[in-house]
Design a protein around this ligand. Structure first.
Ligand SMILES: [Zn+2]
Length: 205
């Protein structure tokens, strides 16, 4: 998971802020998904969604906030950490927005998980999150790896929250290891590639 700095969360221009406040003030009983779709008809909101994408692509260096894999070109799904269907109040909360890949966001994984414990607190950061939060937690303290290149998960040494996260995303599996390995290969020089392959092949349980 990317260890994101809260200072790097998206910021809104005064015009965007006004459009968001206006949408939220008049939301009535509309569900989060419906409100999010509104962006298709309102120019300022449409532009806001695009600026969120550009901002996060840069901050996340084109990687999924959860599994860190490189995002497919043109596929930039804005992901609500506290899901929009359950917590419409956090639809535009900057700390609630990241980009994720479709694998992490699929139904058997993050999908429709309710990520907040109990009732939502008005102030976003007052909420208790059930899973490791890329902006609010120190990811490296929560999720541990057995290998230098962060391919194999050290499940026993993860925190309880870290374990819940690994379970939710199915990260302690051969499939996930292969995905991390492939993504690292793309991003490394040939010298460290050789080291990485040696590490993986020489790894003893
Ligand atoms: Zn992912």
């Amino acid at each position: 998971m990317l260890n994101l700095n809260p200072n790097d969360a998206v910021t809104y221009t005064p015009e965007q802020r006004r459009a968001i406040d206006n949408l939220m003030a008049n939301r009535g009983s509309k569900k989060g998904k419906e409100l999010w779709k509104k962006t298709g008809v309102d120019d300022v909101l449409k532009q806001t969604k695009n600026s969120i994408r550009y901002h996060l692509l840069n901050v996340q260096k084109v990687r999924c906030a959860y599994c860190e894999c490189i995002l497919g070109f043109g596929i930039t799904q804005i992901e609500h950490i506290a899901p929009k269907w359950k917590f419409p109040e956090f639809l535009y909360e900057p700390l609630n927005l990241v980009l994720s890949c479709s694998d992490c966001n699929s139904l058997p994984k993050k999908g429709k998980q309710i990520t907040i414990e109990g009732d939502a607190q008005t102030n976003y950061t007052d909420n208790e999150f059930k899973y490791v939060h890329p902006f609010l937690d120190d990811v490296d303290k929560e999720i541990k790896y057995r290998t230098l290149f962060r391919i194999r998960i050290d499940y026993e040494h993860c925190t309880e929250k870290g374990k819940a996260t690994v379970d939710m995303f199915h990260w302690d599996t051969t499939h996930a290891e292969m995905k991390r390995f492939q993504n690292l290969l793309v991003r490394t020089t040939s010298r460290s590639r050789r080291k990485m392959i040696e590490e993986i092949l020489g790894f003893k349980e």
